[in-house]
Design a binder for this molecule. Structure first.
Ligand code: GCB
Ligand code: CA
Length: 881
């Protein structure tokens, strides 16, 4: 007996029936062999030649995407033995794959069962006629993540390959629900009438008779209330011919004063559909679904409303990977994400950019989270044969597979479809056919969407360009989603509200969602003067502190979905964390960033929230004038009206909170400090309750005047060309932001700051080497005489590097050039005609260290340019003697 058979749950039945009269289903995630190559003999009994690895599902072969731009895209094989119990002989057997990316061909005993195209939706095959019930079967699945006719073909995320969701086997008697209906179970539930006073439930579906003779059946639907009590039952007789697909449709009697489903009160009703043999009463098939009573509308002026009341959509977009396992997440991990979002106070999720695991949708219903789900048509519509058909099929599959979830309010099908289109085709005559086929596909999908589901709204997401309206895409869907990044990829923060106002003025009847907004952050980078694209934790805070009040305060905007919930895999991206898009509210391992608590403070009204921000910045440093303490800001996020801050137990007074934020000036003078915040919670959990938060911080003063005795133990490390503190994960050393030289102190002379945003080889301290002072003339330290160790950091980034579309013009200013310069320290040439790229290659980290004796109470490093420009990425000074 195989292990999967042993795992079967034996259903206890109220009738004394033979056990085989049942719908039996179980996962077959274990016992797979995997080959990372194509193999012509794989469908037949393939040899165990050692090249096949043992794997279990969920599985992806693309954990390489966290390290390589060129992650593996191609064909791989999965293989497994299927031992079917002899009691299944005479039943109908189905194989369901929840997701195989991007396309899968299924073979049993060497014969092709079928193909599924699409990496994010499920498929079900009737495998009965391919199987033997008294000998082992070989199941082989060919999976291909390189297909160019399957969406997505261009996007800012990794197209992980593999069978990365569950695989199921199901056996049912010959008469059963229509289990091969686009990967759904063939039952569709909606609420045609719904109001506070009454609601009805419509149950539609199909029954299939796979027997060679007609059958007389009984179909029963039992409706349970949220408390699991039976509310109604309905029975009907069904006469079904051999091979027939029989459609049924039943509406319940009105339910008075139904308990309405909302994110705050996710009341779920249950429909159990049971198929019986009319004569013997044997149960043939059974299915359970949740539904909820809710109604909603999107309005150009009023925004979104739920159950007749204005309701702000407070959302996040969610990608699905986790470093280092890729997209091979267990159901628990999906559920964990939903709990974290709910905990934060979100009431809406944009399931982006593709349909996701059933486990996620189940949680949306149960925890209470409205949802937008979409298929991954992104950046451009290609001319590839079959592409449009595949999009259409994926749309139908998504809708049928997730139709019954009351959480879903909108289906989407295109994201920033003009982004690459316009960049690639700049000539009118080249652009025209692409726009035509884009519009044609949009219209076709809109029709399919409404045909499949007239109860939900349709949507698309645009990037911040009015061209979508100009070419006619803006008026196709019910809702318009705007992905807006003012103050990140370009422009300033206030451009955000200006853009919304302009759109609203031009198209007042278009309901709008801000379908994306976000800023990258890296916990190694911190700044007291955060700037766009510096990837500091503090700029992310600043950006979101600007965006959120606009979203909350603009009634015509239905709401927003922050991009993205997690730091996600985007193998082509080269930012402070190459291969990662780090706009997450939580890190890849789901540890919250500060901004998670900002949202939580803004959105949770039911529990007190108090969080000292810049939590990751545990090793602080600051420039100290003489002996006076260094004043550093400490920010607290809270939903309480007033906060008191303490350093080492000493109060720094109270502050009123605005925009869920209070900022204190805190004196740092010791190596270790304990900073704590207290707030009195009268509002939320009754009076007099004190809420506290505290963090231990280490502190390194950096003398502004380097003439003191402190110099001996000081390692003055400067992140040249940057406004950010950088703390190395490996050495824990904090590099301080750069500053212009002033007499008596230290700093740069000449040049300008540059942030290259390219991957730097040879180092794990990429951000330190990405920023530089371009065209630098000299670097000076006014230090007392003695022997010093001085170290320079270089990376030549002045060569064109393949930029991705998503750097959105940010590094289009690359000057390709060869740089060569001499370095002279206190008139002594330490490097003659030095070329960092010749020494270590472009985009490679290079460190050079020298010992010098200082006789003039000053170290002056001069850069004398021979070719191109001089530059410097970092400098470090230590006094040896
Ligand atoms: C977008 C895209 C999304 C990207 C995001 C970004 O507009 O829709 O897929 O990941 O911007 O971070 O640039
Ligand atoms: Ca630097």
């Amino acid at each position: 007996m195989t292990t999967f058979f042993k795992l079967f749950v034996v259903f206890i039945q109220s009738f004394s029936l033979p056990i085989y009269a049942q719908h039996e289903t179980c996962t077959i995630n274990d016992g797979w062999k995997f080959l990372k190559a194509d193999c012509v003999t794989a469908p037949d009994i393939a040899p165990d030649n050692g090249k096949w690895d043992d794997v279990h599902l969920p599985h992806t072969w693309n954990t390489d995407a966290y390290t390589d731009k060129d992650y593996y895209r191609g064909v791989c094989w999965y293989r497994r033995t299927l031992n079917l119990p002899s009691t299944w002989n005479g039943k109908q057997v189905f194989l369901k794959i929840d997701a195989a990316s991007k396309a899968a061909s299924i073979f049993i005993n060497g014969k092709e069962v079928g193909e599924h195209i699409g990496g994010y939706t499920a498929c079900t095959f009737d495998i009965t006629s391919f199987c033997s019930f008294d000998s082992p079967n070989s199941l082989a699945i060919r999976v291909d993540n390189a297909r160019q006719d399957v969406p997505p073909i261009s996007a800012d995320f990794t197209f992980f390959g593999g069978i990365y969701r569950d695989v199921w086997l199901t056996a049912v008697p010959k008469q059963h629900f229509h289990l091969t209906n686009h990967g759904s179970d063939g039952i569709f539930i909606s609420t045609p009438q719904v109001s506070e006073e009454k609601g009805t439930i419509l149950i539609r579906g199909e029954i299939k008779n796979d027997a060679p003779q007609k059958a007389v059946l009984e179909l029963e639907h039992i409706l349970y209330g949220p408390d699991d009590t039976v509310i109604q039952t309905q029975k009907q007789s069904v006469q079904i011919k051999a091979g027939e697909l029989y459609a049924f449709r039943t509406e319940t009697a009105p339910i008075a004063f139904p308990l309405l489903w909302t994110p705050e009160t996710p009341y779920l009703y249950r429909i159990e559909s049971i198929l019986r043999d009319k004569k013997t009463k044997a149960i043939l098939d059974r299915s359970n679904h949740h539904t909820g009573f809710r109604w909603f509308s999107f309005d150009g002026e009023q925004g979104f409303s739920l159950n007749g009341k204005p309701y702000k959509l407070r959302g996040i977009c969610r990608h699905q990977d986790q470093n280092p396992i890729g997209v091979a997440l267990t159901d628990e991990m999906h559920r964990r994400d939903m709990k974290l979002m709910k905990e934060m106070g979100a009431n809406f999720i944009r399931i982006s950019h593709y349909p996701q695991d059933d486990a996620l949708l189940e949680q949306c219903d149960k925890l209470g989270m409205l949802a937008w789900e979409e298929i991954p048509i992104i950046d451009i519509v290609p001319d590839t044969p079959g592409y449009a058909e595949n999009c259409e099929r994926n749309l139908r599959e998504m809708i049928r597979q997730h139709y019954n979830h009351p959480s879903i309010i909108t289906w989407g099908y295109m994201n920033e479809i003009l982004l690459v289109t316009q960049r690639r085709y700049q000539k009118e005559e080249e652009l025209k056919p692409v726009l035509e086929r884009t519009l044609a596909l949009a219209k076709r999908l809109e029709e399919v969407l409404k045909e499949e589901d007239s109860t939900r709204a349709s949507t698309m997401a645009f990037h911040g360009s009015n061209s979508y309206n100009e070419v006619g895409l803006g008026s196709i869907t019910d809702i318009v989603g705007w992905n807006l990044y003012q103050g990140w990829y370009g422009g300033d923060l206030t451009g955000f509200e200006r853009y919304l106002e302009e759109q609203h003025k031009m198209y007042p009847s278009h309901p709008m969602i801000v379908s994306e907004y976000g800023a990258g952050s890296d916990k190694r980078l911190h700044s007291l003067r955060p700037q766009a694209f510096d990837f500091s934790i503090e700029y992310q805070q600043k950006y979101l502190e600007h965006y959120l009040p606009v979203l909350e305060g603009t009634p015509y905007v239905c709401g927003g979905t922050h991009w993205n919930f997690i730091d996600f895999s985007s193998a082509l991206r080269d930012e402070s964390m190459p291969r990662i898009n780090n706009k997450g509210l939580v890190y890849s391992d789901r540890t919250p960033k500060d901004v998670y608590y900002y949202y939580k403070a803004a959105w949770r009204k039911d529990i007190p929230v108090l969080h000292i921000a810049s939590r990751d910045w545990t090793r602080r440093a600051g420039i100290q004038q003489g002996e006076t303490p260094v004043m550093l800001p400490i920010k607290v996020y809270t939903n309480l009206p007033e906060v008191e801050l303490f350093i080492d137990g000493k109060s720094l007074g109270k502050q009123k909170v605005t925009n869920y934020t209070a900022i204190f000036d805190v004196p740092f003078s010791h190596k270790e400090h304990y900073v704590s915040a207290k707030a009195e919670n009268r509002e939320i959990a009754g009076s007099g309750c004190i809420i506290e938060d505290g963090i231990h911080l280490s502190f390194t003063p950096v003398p502004a005047q380097l003439d003191g005795i402190n110099l001996r133990s000081l390692e003055l490390a400067v992140n040249v060309g940057s406004n950010c503190f950088y703390t190395s994960d490996e050495s824990q050393l904090t590099w301080v932001p750069d500053q212009p030289y002033t007499k008596g102190s230290w700093g740069y002379v000449g040049g300008e700051s540059k942030n290259s945003q390219t991957q730097v080889e040879n180092t794990n301290d990429g951000p330190l080497f990405q920023t530089l002072r371009n065209g630098i003339e000299s670097y000076c330290f006014d230090v007392p005489n003695g022997v010093y160790e001085i170290e320079f950091l270089f990376t030549d980034v002045f060569r064109e590097n393949a930029a991705t579309a998503y750097q959105l013009g940010r590094n289009s200013d690359v000057e390709s050039r060869e740089n060569c310069f001499s370095i002279i320290i206190n008139d002594e040439t330490v490097e003659e005609d030095f070329s960092p790229c010749r020494e270590s290659g472009y985009f490679h980290a290079l460190r050079k260290r020298y010992n010098i004796t200082n006789f003039r109470n000053k170290i002056e490093i001069r850069f004398s340019t021979r070719n191109g420009k001089s530059f410097l990425n970092g400098v470090k000074l230590r006094k040896l003697y």
